[in-house]
Design a binder for this molecule. Structure first.
Ligand code: PMP
Length: 413
């Protein structure tokens, strides 16, 4: 595996960079992953060889761009196990995908008194659209709480999801706790009660194989920039029948069948949800990313590698006096995301101290304030590992934390 990691690291030029006179140790992968050279090259090749708009006109470049763009849609379909490429909508990211569902499916199907069930560990992107919808419609927003292991409480889920529930919106993996949620069980609970399930896959795709049909997901959302791809591109998967029944989201070019002075009819899916010029570069880059993930990284090895790192570092972190790790203690229940607090050192101070050693971690509320409130804190530090991180980098984090602790206790020696 180590040889393999070196092979993978070599694809990411940024990992050779110095930050504050130290070799970069990039541990903020849950926010954004780095991009391999091959993805940049694919985007450059589009710009240099066939840059044109898609689905418009008949010239050679336009046809080439459209063909490549639609090929990526098929690639995404296979990558996440969808039935048809009509079920794949390109968006600007996971946030955009989730807002789209709330503003279309949600607007159409939620009425006063209905229940929308989310979990307490949702990122604001999979919370605020539902909060707003519930306020607007007079619906109830219910939260599935955590169990004693700081995982999703399935018993609570079984109580909260009832025949009044119309939408269950949950994250596949928590961006704070790192835990992997049992989506299939939740989907079955939702369906038994006549609800649909919306899955936020921002922290799941690219970490392990995701098969939307096996998960029985009705909607599934993710972002390119968290799976080694470009910024500003995301995916919304939706079952074709549901997408067909939904009203459009944004209105404009390319999403219509016909427009008259007084009205319009909509294009079939997926075009109905892709108004205006899409992020073509992003889509081309996403295609290269999926090739990279499948052929170069062997996606099933990614979770294994992340869990190996978590298994290695978790007990060592916990042996640092005053350090609290959040989320399940069992490494097999999580991916490479570890959030923690150290004594009374503010996570921003901790992250700044580590940055001086070239170690990049995240600090803050992680866009999951209700979760942090439940954990009894306002902020936390977060180190998130990816396929290119090594045990030696984990050791640097550990010694950086010990140094920081010493520094904030005693000041300069
Ligand atoms: N959901 C989760 C669980 C996330 O971690 C994130 C990104 N931090 C998002 C949604 C939003 O993703 P994006 O900013 O790419 O839209």
């Amino acid at each position: 595996m180590d040889k393999d990691i070196q092979r993978i690291r070599a694809e990411f030029p940024i990992l050779k960079k110095q930050v504050n006179n130290n070799l970069l140790v990039y541990l903020d992968n849950a926010a954004t992953t780095q991009m391999p050279q091959v993805v940049e090259e694919k985007i450059k090749s589009f710009d240099e060889n066939y840059r044109a708009n898609v689905h418009r006109g008949v010239h050679t470049l336009g046809l080439m761009a459209t063909e490549r763009y639609e090929n990526v849609r098929r690639q995404v379909k296979d990558f996440i196990g969808a039935k048809s490429s009509k079920e794949i909508i390109f968006t600007s990211g996971c946030t955009d995908s989730l807002n789209l569902i709330a503003a279309t499916y949600g607007e159409k199907n939620i009425k006063a008194g209905d229940d929308i069930v989310v979990s307490i560990m949702e990122h604001h992107s999979n919370l605020l659209p539902w909060q707003l919808l519930a306020h607007k419609k007079g619906a109830n927003l219910k939260y599935i709480e955590l169990n004693d292991h700081q995982e999703l409480d399935l018993k609570d889920a079984a109580q909260k999801i009832t025949s009044s529930t119309k939408i269950v919106a949950v994250t596949h993996v928590s961006n704070v706790l790192g835990c992997i949620n049992p989506i299939k069980e939740l989907a079955q609970l939702a369906h038994k009660n006549g609800a649909v399930i919306v899955v936020d896959g921002a922290q799941a795709v690219g970490h392990f194989e995701v098969d939307v049909r096996n998960l029985e997901a009705d909607f599934y959302a993710f972002s390119g920039h968290k799976i080694f791809g470009p910024d500003g591109i995301g995916v919304l998967y939706g079952k074709e029948q549901l997408l067909n029944e939904m009203p459009p989201y944004r209105l404009g070019g390319e999403m219509i069948a016909n427009v008259t002075r007084t009205g319009a009819t909509w294009a079939p899916v997926p075009q109905k949800f892709e108004a205006g010029t899409p992020n073509i570069e992003g889509v081309i880059g996403l295609g290269a990313t999926i090739d990279f993930l499948k052929d170069f990284c062997h996606i099933d090895q990614i979770k294994e590698h992340e869990q190996e790192l978590v298994e290695y570092i978790l007990p060592k972190l916990q042996s640092i006096n005053g350090l609290t790790v959040y989320g399940p203690q069992d490494p097999t229940k999580r991916i490479g995301v570890i959030s923690f607090n150290l004594d009374r050192i503010h996570p921003h101070d901790l992250a700044t101290a580590l940055d001086l050693e070239g170690i990049e971690i995240r600090a803050g509320h992680h866009c999951a304030q209700p979760l942090l409130q439940t954990l009894g804190v306002e902020v936390a530090a977060r180190a998130s590992f990816s396929i290119y991180n090594t045990k030696s980098e984990a050791n640097k984090l550990l010694s950086g934390l010990v140094d920081a602790k010493e520094f904030f206790k005693n000041g300069f020696k």
